[in-house]
Design a protein around this ligand. Structure first.
Ligand code: KIV
Ligand code: ZN
Length: 383
């Protein structure tokens, strides 16, 4: 049986780019949008056109060049925002509006000073107005992660009736635990009568380090779109990391979900986004961190050299890396040292390796991480 399609909605250029210091100019945004398209992203959220002339221009320019991915623009549930999004997307081959409003009582009272009834009316009106210009309408129920479940069901039902084709359930504050978020998505799937008329999307933030886990929980319970950014960049602790969800689904074929992402392109785009946005990637970041495929302790190195799968669940080539690496430190064992020296063309007996190893440990205690130049020096000293 074929796998079920999961739509990938990338918001690197909108939620990611909101982060102070990560701003890009139009040329850079167009370059990343084209890379996202060749990565196989289904929907690219290109910006929030009413927020600034620069953002408007970026959405407009991206719309002119991207042909396969759907280009999406953000708007509040406000007519002027929707008009501006429509204008910015006028050249898009495939376009989507992403409009919405707060759904939690916290937002309704403290952000809008309003009532559930008035917010619901505004949501319906925004979707109806959007349907004058768009067939593809995504509605976001902001802070759905903390919203009353029955009110959320009502809101989702009404906006689908008004014409929304995709419903985004954001955990805006990254508050949920996977089990709670799973139940929330299941509750919507089971209690919104017209839910089959729309695709449910999950948009998680990483305030508790749970964005990927919550996203997977949502997908396991009926969501068929997830929203994410490259390297997990985004507001505060960031958004769900696109590469983590893609590879988690790949590593667990039993989930029967497929994103269609060309995973070999993950490493190059990750590096480019990091460089252009001045946002270094933490070394131990899953999938794209410098240490994600580096083995450092003697026990792990020995096990890895005997059989890769002893210590790796993903083949580094699948994410566009040439190979895993073996860090030579004072924690490394003889197997790793022997392997690297042989790669450099040295040959030696078992007894000789013992002597070389003692010298290696002395050097590694002093230098911490040894590179090939150090090994050449070591072998010069020894020979
Ligand atoms: O986190 C959030 O709720 C958002 C919405 C605008 C979709 O980014
Ligand atoms: Zn967000």
């Amino acid at each position: 049986m074929g796998k079920e399609k999961v739509y990938v909605f990338d918001t690197t250029l909108r939620d990611g780019e909101q982060v102070p210091g990560c701003q890009l100019n139009t040329k850079e945004k167009v370059e990343i949008a084209l890379d996202l398209e060749s990565l196989g992203v289904d929907i690219i959220e290109a910006g929030f056109p009413i927020s600034s002339p620069g953002d408007f221009n970026s959405v407009n320019e991206i719309s002119k060049v991207v042909k396969k991915s759907i280009i999406c623009a953000l708007s509040r549930a406000v007519i002027s925002d929707i008009d501006m999004a429509n204008l910015a997307l006028k050249n898009a081959k495939r376009k989507r509006i992403h409009t919405g409003i707060g759904a939690s009582d916290i937002h309704i009272k403290n952000k809008f000073n309003s009532t559930r009834e008035k917010i619901l009316e505004q949501a319906i009106a925004a979707v109806k107005y959007s349907s004058k210009f768009f067939n593809d309408i995504e509605f976001y129920a902001e802070d759905a992660g903390r919203a009353d479940e029955d009110f959320l069901c009502k809101m989702v039902e009404e906006v689908i009736k008004a014409g929304a084709t995709v419903i985004n359930i954001p955990d805006t504050t990254g508050y949920n635990l996977p089990e709670i978020f799973a139940k929330k998505i299941k509750y919507l799937m089971d209690n919104v009568p017209n839910i089959d008329k729309a695709i449910l999307s999950v948009h998680c933030h990483n305030d508790l380090g749970l964005a990927t886990a919550n996203t997977i929980a949502g997908l396991q319970n009926g969501a068929r779109q997830f929203e994410a950014t490259i390297n997990g960049i985004g507001e505060r602790a960031g958004n769900t990391s696109l590469e983590e969800v893609v590879m988690a689904l790949r590593a667990h074929p039993d989930l029967n979900l497929d994103t269609g992402i060309k995973s070999k392109k993950i490493t190059p785009i990750s590096k480019k986004v990091s460089r252009m946005m001045n946002m270094p990637i933490q070394r131990n970041k899953a999938i794209v961190g410098a240490n994600a495929f580096a083995h450092s302790s003697g026990i792990h190195q020995d096990g890895f050299l005997k059989h890769r799968e002893n210590y790796e669940i993903i083949n580094p080539e699948d994410v566009g890396l040439k190979a895993s690496s073996i860090d030579l430190t004072a924690r490394s064992g003889r197997a790793a040292l022997k392997h690297r020296l042989q790669l450099l063309g040295f040959s030696f007996s078992k007894v000789e390796l013992e002597t070389i190893y003692i010298k290696f440990i002395e050097m590694a205690d002093e230098k911490k991480l040894l590179h090939d130049e150090d090994l050449y020096k070591l072998m010069k000293k020894y020979s």
